[in-house]
Design a protein around this ligand. Structure first.
Ligand code: FES
Length: 297
């Protein structure tokens, strides 16, 4: 880990704004009286936000005093965690991921853009608009390469799109966060590539398997005439769970609608999730759906 030092230029003092004072007092109530030091990270974070994105040394002392902690301990925390900036940052603070997936997908080229447009890492551009640093994985590898700017992620970047993004931010233009290409969140580029026609689902429906021998619940060996109901119409049931229910011998809304407490417990056990059936109101939903379908409820 690199050496992290306090900036040589420091303000004379720091104290929380009235609003942050009230916020800090509320935070402290969350912890037992002799464990107030547990609030050190959120308080330092709030101090950093108040100080325009970096943590001045007086803020570190202020938080230490507020928590009755030795100042050296809070200094250790502030210098250990890279989420705390020890020097001023630009109005748009760019954290560029340089870890392997992003590196393989072109992070080095993005660094060149940052160097050219902003300057050397850790330096604030002359107009105060930008600064940048390289960081480790930010957890968006599937959309690599990416950067975080202040609180937002910008993904699937190219040198061109990053440069355009920086220019838009500098000009105060509205920008789109997330992927900078035609894709939704982390979906495959160009749209879904699997489960396109529900083939596997249909196959399962037409060849239902036997319910486990120990089932206490009323199950069927196969769907009634007309085929199984679309259990995915019950909010909370997706294609995977629907198939699992078919495998267990549950094909119809009226079967779900008739579940007893013991049945619910058994299904919970089979599907390995607890409390979800009750939480999502499967039975009530199934009653309505069974009624609409003209089945028994
Ligand atoms: S490697 Fe860049 S976000 Fe994970």
């Amino acid at each position: 880990m690199s050496v992290r030092r306090l900036d040589i230029n420091q303000p004379d003092e720091f104290s929380f704004s009235k609003e942050n004072e009230r916020w800090a007092a509320d935070q402290l109530k969350k912890y037992p009286k002799d464990k107030q030091a547990s609030a050190v990270i959120p308080l330092l974070w709030r101090a950093q936000e108040q100080a325009d994105g970096w943590l001045p040394e007086p803020a570190i002392r202020y938080v230490a005093d507020l928590l009755a902690m030795p100042q050296i301990r809070v200094l250790e925390i502030a210098t250990f965690y890279t989420m705390f900036n020890l020097s001023p940052v630009g109005r748009h603070f760019v954290q560029l991921c340089g870890t392997t997936p992003c590196w393989l997908r072109g992070a080095e080229d993005l660094k060149e853009v940052c160097r050219r447009v902003i300057g050397e890492p850790g330096q604030v551009r002359e107009d105060g608009q930008f600064s940048w640093i390289e960081v480790e994985c930010l957890g968006a590898c599937v959309n690599a390469p990416m950067v975080q700017i202040n609180a937002d992620y910008y993904e699937d970047l190219t040198p061109e799109s990053l440069e355009a993004l920086l220019e838009d931010l500098a000009e105060g233009r509205e920008v789109a966060t997330g992927p900078q290409v035609e894709r939704t969140n982390a979906c495959p580029m160009g749209g879904p590539t699997t489960l396109l026609n529900g083939g596997a689902q249909r196959q399962t429906r037409s060849t239902p398997t036997r319910a486990p021998a120990k089932a206490k619940i009323k199950t069927l060996r196969k769907a009634r005439k007309g085929g199984p109901d679309r259990l995915i119409e019950i909010s909370g049931i997706g294609p995977k769970i629907e198939n699992q229910l078919y495998e267990l011998g549950i094909f119809h809304f009226d079967q779900v609608a008739a579940w007893t407490k013991a049945d619910v417990a058994w299904i919970n056990e089979q599907l390995r999730f607890k409390g979800r059936i009750e939480r999502e109101g499967w039975i009530a939903q199934a009653k309505v759906l069974a009624k609409n379908a003209g089945g028994a409820s």
